[in-house]
Design a protein. Structure first.
Length: 510
C-alpha cells in the first residue's frame, strides 16, 4: 500500500503487480532517461514523431501530470520539444485546465520555458518564485502600455503651446521665448518618462519566452556601405534632385518585394513553410517553433504576424541638408516592418539576408540602456547597388515611438517658431488613434477584445452543439410541391450596344 496510489485496490494482486511493472518499465525506458537528462536527440529517437508513445502506459495516462511536481522538467521538456502534442485531442495546457490541475502546474505550462525551469533549480519553491517573477514582468508591461498616452500631459503641452503661440501672434518675442523654454522643459520630462517605459517593455520580449528571443540576439551588426553616388559634374542641388529622381525608379519594385515578404509571413501556417519558401536552413531545428505564439499576438483583430508601412518621399530641403553635411542618402526608399514576435523578426532578417545583400545593419535592441526607441536598422541592395532602408520594430516599441516623437521634436527645437504648429489633435478627434487601443480599457482595447472573443467562442460552441443535436434528430417529412410545367418564355431581341469612344479616366486620391 505504500508503493501504489490510494485509488488502486491493494487487495487486487493483479492491479498492484500491473501498476508496479508499469512504473518499473517506465523508469527503464530510454524515453524517461532522455527526459530526465534533457537529451533532445535521445528523446526524439525514443519518441520518433509520435508523442502518444509517452502515454502508452495506463498508469501514466490516468495522471499525466503526476510527475510535474516531483520531476517538473520531464513533462515540460516533452511538451516544449513537441509543441503540437495533444492529450485526448487537447493541448497539455487546455487538458490541465479542464482537469482542474493545481494552479502551479497550469502556470508552469503557461508561463515558464524549459530553460527558466533549469535555472530555477527544478524545485517547487523556486518554480513558484519564477512564475511570480514572470507574472510581475507581464503586469509591468501591461501598466507601461496603459501609460503611453497621458492625456493630462497632452493637454498641459497644448496649454503651454497655446500660450507661446499667442505671444508670437502679439509679436512679443521675448515672452514667446520664455513660454517656449517652459514648453521645452515640460516636453523633456515627458520624453524621459516615455524613454523609461522602453526598458520595461523590452523586458517583456526578453523574458516572456526566451526561446523565441534567442535567435533574435544572434543578429549582429554589419558594416555600412555608401549609396550609389550621383554624377560628380552636377552641382550640389542638382545632385540632390538627381538622387530624389533616381529613387522613384526603384520605389515600385521595392514596395512589391517588401509586400510579397509580408504576405508570405501572414499567409503561412508554420515557420517551416516560410523556411521552405525562401530556402532557409532549418537543419538544426532553429525555426521549428509555432508561427503564431499566443504570448505574441500582433493584433487580435487579424491573423497577421507582420505589418509593413512605407515612408513618404523625402523632401528636397531635408535631402539637401543631409547631403550638405556629407551624409549619404540611403533612406530615399524606406519601409518599416512591425512585429510582435522576436522569433519572426529574426526569421524575416534571415529572409532579407538570403534575398539581398545587407549593409549597415545595427541591432539596436542589444543595447544595455535605451536613450531612444530601439530598432533593427539596415540598408539592403534592392538592385544595381541602390540602397534602401529597412527598419524592424516591435509593436509596443513603435507605439512608444509615435507618442515620444512629438515631445522629442519640441525638446530638440532651437526656438518657438520651429514648433509653432499644433502638436496634438483634440481628444475627441483621436478615438481612432492606434495608441488608444492599448491605453484604454474601452471597446477597442486588447483586454476588451479578448473578453469579447471568449464570449463569442462560447456562443459558437453552444450553437455547434445545438446544430449537431438537430442533425441527429430525424427531419419531418415534407410533402413534395407540385411541379411547375416548363413554359417557354419569349426572349427579347438582343440589341448590340454601339461602341462609344473610351474616355481617359482621371486619377483620384483617397
Amino acid at each position: 500500500s505504500k508503493l501504489v496510489p490510494s485509488d488502486i485496490d491493494v487487495s487486487n494482486a493483479n492491479a498492484v503487480v500491473t501498476y508496479l511493472r508499469a512504473q518499473t518499465a517506465w523508469m527503464k525506458l530510454p524515453l524517461a532517461q532522455a527526459c530526465i537528462k534533457g537529451d533532445i536527440p535521445a528523446l526524439k529517437a525514443a519518441l520518433g514523431e509520435d508523442f502518444s508513445a509517452l502515454f502508452e502506459l495506463q498508469a501514466y495516462r490516468e495522471t499525466p501530470f503526476q510527475l510535474t511536481l516531483d520531476k517538473p522538467l520531464c513533462v515540460k521538456f516533452i511538451i516544449q520539444t513537441f509543441p503540437t502534442a495533444t492529450i485526448d485531442s487537447k493541448s497539455p495546457l487546455d487538458y490541465a485546465k479542464e482537469k482542474k490541475a493545481p494552479q502551479l502546474i497550469v502556470d508552469m505550462l503557461e508561463l515558464l520555458t524549459i530553460d527558466e525551469m533549469k535555472v530555477c533549480g527544478n524545485t517547487k519553491a523556486e518554480i513558484q518564485a519564477a512564475i511570480e517573477e514572470k507574472k510581475a514582468t507581464l503586469s509591468n508591461n501591461k501598466n507601461a502600455m496603459a501609460n503611453i498616452v497621458d492625456f493630462t500631459a497632452r493637454e498641459k503641452a497644448t496649454e503651454l503651446q497655446t500660450k507661446m503661440f499667442g505671444e508670437l501672434k502679439a509679436a512679443a518675442v521675448d515672452d514667446a521665448q520664455v513660454a517656449f523654454d517652459e514648453l521645452k522643459a515640460f516636453c523633456g520630462d515627458q520624453a524621459k518618462r516615455l524613454g523609461d517605459l522602453i526598458a520595461v517593455v523590452m523586458s517583456k520580449y526578453k523574458t516572456t519566452d526566451p526561446r523565441r528571443y534567442e535567435p533574435f540576439e544572434q543578429v549582429k551588426d554589419i558594416a555600412v556601405k555608401e549609396q550609389v553616388p550621383p554624377p560628380a559634374t552636377l552641382s550640389l542641388p542638382e545632385q540632390v534632385e538627381f538622387q530624389l529622381a533616381n529613387a522613384t525608379w526603384y520605389e515600385e519594385g521595392f514596395k512589391i518585394a517588401m509586400n510579397e515578404i509580408a504576405a508570405v509571413f501572414n499567409e503561412a501556417k508554420t515557420c517551416e513553410e516560410i523556411c521552405h519558401h525562401y530556402d532557409i536552413d532549418n537543419s538544426g531545428g532553429k525555426w521549428s517553433k509555432e508561427l503564431r505564439a499566443e504570448v505574441f499576438n500582433l493584433d487580435l483583430r487579424t491573423n497577421e504576424v507582420v505589418r509593413v508601412k512605407f515612408g513618404p518621399p523625402k523632401g528636397f530641403p531635408r535631402a539637401l541638408e543631409k547631403m550638405s553635411q556629407g551624409k549619404n542618402l540611403r533612406d530615399l526608399n524606406r519601409v518599416t516592418f512591425e512585429f510582435e514576435d522576436p522569433l519572426l523578426m529574426a526569421l524575416c532578417f534571415e529572409v532579407l539576408n538570403k534575398k539581398y545583400n545587407i549593409h549597415g545593419l545595427k541591432n539596436k535592441y542589444l543595447q544595455e540602456t535605451f536613450k531612444e526607441p530601439p530598432n533593427l536598422h539596415m540598408n539592403l541592395d534592392i538592385k544595381d547597388g541602390w540602397l534602401c532602408e529597412v527598419q524592424m520594430l516591435f509593436r509596443d516599441i513603435l507605439l512608444i515611438k509615435k507618442e515620444l516623437h512629438k515631445f522629442y521634436d519640441v525638446n530638440r527645437a532651437d526656438g518657438p517658431f520651429v514648433v509653432a504648429g499644433k502638436l496634438f489633435k483634440d481628444r475627441s478627434d483621436e478615438q481612432d488613434d492606434e495608441n488608444l487601443k492599448y491605453s484604454e480599457e474601452g471597446e477597442n482595447s486588447d483586454t476588451s477584445l479578448m473578453e469579447t472573443n471568449q464570449v463569442l467562442l462560447a456562443r459558437i460552441r453552444e450553437l455547434e452543439r445545438q446544430l449537431r443535436e438537430e442533425q441527429q434528430q430525424k427531419a419531418p417529412d415534407v410533402p413534395d410541391l407540385p411541379k411547375v410545367p416548363n413554359v417557354p418564355v419569349a426572349q427579347p431581341p438582343v440589341v448590340q450596344p454601339q461602341a462609344k469612344p473610351l474616355r481617359k479616366l482621371k486619377k483620384s486620391r483617397k
